[in-house]
Design a protein around this ligand. Structure first.
Ligand code: GYE
Length: 323
């Protein structure tokens, strides 16, 4: 009886193996192996960006090795080294800060693996280390935020505008560029005065902490909060309310990203302006990685198109944001 059972099992196994090998049912070979080092999960933006890259990899038939660095540069460097050892076809990563990548990128170059920068840029003397950058124009986002503020100050006939800035991660591209675009645009307007810039690291909890500190120090004098991302803005708003002020009325609030939660708060009038920064970079990443694998030329810099949402517009028609 035991023998019969064994034979049956063997037969079943054989049928299974034979079935798997049938060409019509064979899974398609992935077109490309892509190693992607995500920098962390600090915001709705980042989570939306990771999800989009995972979905687009599937759609494009790309096999994705995804590693999350949990906000630490050393984890990103280690991930890139693993991708090199694994001999992936293409490496992509979102650098948490701009400095400190030359050595590991030289290792990738020596291994003949092209590297795509996603979302953020690096600072290097050697332009050859990376193939291209796919990410938003952060400088322009800062300019858009400032232009909105200038229009708002005009419409309210303000003669002095006291601003506090809550910035993103120190030495990251969006922090540097958003600040530069904003400052360059307000600098010739005598009404504008930045009282203080504090670092909120793109985190909701830090946004709340920064706001508590700013309210304690400047209280009533604060006219405007320029916050480098939605997460920090959403952390700051309850603090403003707790201190007895009405966000959007007593204090003008300007944010960047455009995630669903911030857009809902904008519609309620508790944020005045949200400059869009889209995390949907997955399609461009897959297209570019496939081109690189096939030895084709790619554009050096790819910026997605972005909008500005504010209390100057009818906001009822905004499509669901997806992040
Ligand atoms: O604005 C912020 C995120 O690099 C554009 O990082 C990205 C920024 C985004 O954590 O929410």
């Amino acid at each position: 009886m035991r023998k019969v059972k064994q034979i049956c099992m063997l037969l079943a196994l054989f049928t299974l193996i034979a079935g798997c090998a049938r060409p019509s049912e064979q899974a398609e070979e992935p077109k490309l192996l892509l190693g992607f080092s995500q920098l962390g999960s600090e915001s709705a933006w980042r989570i939306g960006n990771t999800r989009d890259i995972e979905q687009k990899a599937e759609e494009y038939g790309v096999s994705l090795m995804l590693e999350n660095a949990n906000q630490k540069q050393e984890n990103q460097i280690a991930a890139i080294r693993r991708f090199i050892a694994y001999k992936v076809d293409v490496i992509a990563f979102s650098p948490i800060v701009e400095e400190g990548w030359d050595n590991v990128l030289m290792e990738a170059k020596n291994a003949g693996i092209p590297v795509i920068l996603v979302d953020r840029d690096i600072s290097t003397e050697n332009e050859e280390l990376t193939a291209c950058l796919i990410g938003a124009d952060f400088y322009s986002e800062g300019v858009q935020a400032a232009r909105y503020l200038i229009r708002k100050a005009d419409s309210l006939n303000m003669d002095q505008v006291n601003i506090v800035e809550i910035t993103g991660t120190e030495d990251s591209t969006p922090m540097r560029q958003r600040q530069a675009g904003f400052m360059d645009t307000i600098k010739n307007d005598d009404r504008m005065k930045v009282m203080e810039s504090v670092n909120g690291d793109f985190l909701k909890s830090r946004g709340a902490e920064c706001m508590r500190y700013l309210l304690e120090k400047y209280g009533d004098d604060i006219d405007v909060i320029f916050s480098h991302n939605d997460e920090m803005t959403l952390g700051a708003i309850p603090e403003i309310e707790d201190a007895g002020y009405t966000p959007g009325k007593d204090v003008i609030i300007i944010s960047i990203d455009g995630g669903q939660e911030a857009i809902d708060v904008l519609k309620e009038g508790r944020i005045n302006c949200v400059v869009e920064c889209t995390p949907m970079l997955g399609s461009k990443l897959m297209e570019t990685a496939l081109k690189l694998k096939n030895g084709q030329e790619v554009e050096k810099l790819i910026h997605p198109e972005e909008k500005v949402f504010s209390d100057e517009q009818d906001l009822s028609g905004i499509e669901p944001r997806g992040y």
